[in-house]
Design a protein around this ligand. Structure first.
Ligand SMILES: Nc1ncnc2c1ncn2[C@@H]1O[C@H](COP(=O)(O)OP(=O)(O)OP(=O)(O)O)[C@@H](O)[C@H]1O
Length: 232
């Protein structure tokens, strides 16, 4: 099994603030991994470190066989690893379809094309020519996922994709994540909704104070254990 993303004893900072303390984590090809933990433990900082938005000072990051010594926002996507960022970051003055096309900028060809994204999310086709930010929160999240898929990634990092969304939309996104994973795309799901984690992930990594402190398989009886890792 090929490893797509590996962080080994990573230390990361915002300025002088030391946030990740020797964090190790990996995701293999086709795997569905959840990264969980209380608010503020550093989950988003894991993503930010890979993108170069937090500074990496110690430890190793590998994107497949590539040693990421100087992270920059665009490098991960070139290696087939894309981020659906917290807050979605839909571009306001572009239409839905133009936002989708932005995702194809890496030029990686594969299964996902605009028509296939529209099959997955018919509402995006209905609203193809409206400004992306005119969509509801749930639809913007679908657009953010669709835009990520347009890069035909081997791995998608999803940072709290269901935050603030209605349960019916969360259910719909859960089904979509499973469909995407069934196509062979690996997922790293940062999520506070443990019911969704239990539905989507096959393995979890739990963080506390900037490090992964527990790992395990997700199975039918996992929900209580998952909840323990995110209780405040
Ligand atoms: N730009 C920044 N500068 C300084 N400190 C920051 C910055 N961004 C986040 N932090 C701090 O880093 C720590 C980890 O934040 P991070 O966003 O990674 O946590 P998280 O686990 O993703 O939490 P949440 O679920 O709230 O998003 C927090 O204490 C936060 O206050």
């Amino acid at each position: 099994m090929k490893t797509l993303l590996a962080l080994d004893k990573v230390n990361a900072f915002y300025g002088a603030a030391h946030i990740l303390h020797g964090l190790s984590l990996h995701v293999n090809e086709g795997e569905r991994v959840a990264l969980i933990g209380r608010n503020g433990v550093g989950k988003t900082t894991v993503v930010n470190t890979i993108l170069g938005l937090a500074s990496l000072r110690g430890g190793d990051i590998r994107l497949r066989d590539y040693a990421l010594t100087k992270p920059r926002t665009y490098i991960a996507a070139q290696h087939g690893i894309v981020v659906v960022p917290q807050g979605r970051r839909i571009v306001a003055n572009l239409t839905v379809e133009e936002n989708l096309q932005l995702g194809a900028a890496t030029g990686r060809k594969g299964h996902w094309t605009v028509p296939r994204i529209y099959e997955l999310f018919p509402i995006l086709q209905e609203r193809a020519h409206t400004p992306g930010t005119a969509l509801s929160g749930g639809q913007q999240q679908m657009l953010a996922v669709g835009r990520a898929l347009m890069a035909n990634p081997a791995l998608i990092l999803l940072d709290e994709p269901t935050e603030g969304l209605a349960p019916v939309i969360v259910d719909q996104l859960g089904r979509i994540f499973n469909q995407v994973a069934a196509q062979g795309t690996a997922l790293l799901l940062i999520e506070q909704n443990m019911t969704l984690v239990a539905r989507v992930a096959e393995r979890f990594c739990a963080m506390a104070k900037g490090a992964v402190v527990a790992e395990g398989r997700v199975h039918e009886g996992s929900l209580d254990e998952l909840h323990r890792h995110v209780m405040v």
